[in-house]
Ligand binder design. Structure first.
Ligand SMILES: CC(C)(COP(=O)(O)OP(=O)(O)OC[C@H]1O[C@@H](n2cnc3c(N)ncnc32)[C@H](O)[C@@H]1OP(=O)(O)O)[C@@H](O)C(=O)NCCC(=O)NCCS
Length: 189
């Protein structure tokens, strides 16, 4: 049964609908990846329809294996339907392990309206609710030190700064590790 999540409209931004990626998203995905900022901060390019179809297939396979649970984030429109605004993903290379990693991007046209932090908050709540019995204890969020917009998303979605990560190929600069613990996780003094 496909998972569909929602975030209420807030802070001047529209309500958001999160659902799994489909082939019908290919054109909007290619359009989003024309943005040089998105290409600069994410490792994969999606230059054309063929690459988009492959990307969607990777997301579908991720849901099947439980290792990559990604959601297309749509800005809901008054008459129904929605415009692609971004992506949020939970990565669990070891689906039985205690940790997961989150990632996100927002299409250029939708930035600056809290889309990523709101979508991330909804994803985080869903993960801790759905996978508590499966043992997810904490979620990691990593970004390069100079990605200040991403650092703000982490802070707004309640992912506390944990430590600096040294630069390791393919990442040319140091990074930040942020963490968010499930309810009942360690209390920081
Ligand atoms: C980082 C990113 C996901 C933020 O998404 P968003 O939906 O715009 O999030 P917000 O609206 O909360 O804005 C976050 C910060 O972006 C910056 N920002 C604000 N308006 C902006 C705009 N119109 N365009 C670009 N950045 C803007 C601000 O620093 C803002 O922080 P503030 O709220 O303290 O002012 C988005 O900029 C993006 O997709 N960047 C490229 C991909 C990327 O970096 N992904 C994360 C990899 S770790």
């Amino acid at each position: 049964m496909p998972v569909v999540l929602r975030a209420e409209a807030a802070d001047g931004g529209p309500s958001l609908l999160l659902r799994s990626w489909t082939d019908s998203d290919a054109d909007a995905l290619v359009e989003a990846y024309r943005d040089p900022v998105l290409r600069a901060w994410t490792r994969l390019g999606v230059p054309d329809a063929e690459a988009a179809a492959h990307w969607v297939e990777v997301q579908r396979a991720g849901w099947e294996s439980g290792t990559r649970l990604s959601f297309a984030v749509l800005e809901e429109e008054p008459g129904g339907g929605g415009r692609l605004a971004g992506n949020v993903v939970l990565k669990r290379p070891e689906p039985a392990g205690p940790a997961g990693e989150v990632g996100y991007w927002t299409a250029a046209h939708a930035r600056g309206r809290g889309v990523a932090p709101r979508a991330l908050q909804v994803l985080t709540d869903w993960v801790f609710e759905s996978f508590a019995a499966g043992g997810v204890e904490y979620l990691e969020l990593m970004h390069q030190v100079d990605n200040t917009a991403s650092c703000r998303v982490a802070e707004k979605a309640g992912y506390g700064f944990e430590r600096i990560l040294p630069a390791v190929p393919p990442f040319p600069r140091d990074g930040h590790l942020h963490l968010r613990w499930a309810a009942g996780g360690p209390v920081r003094g």
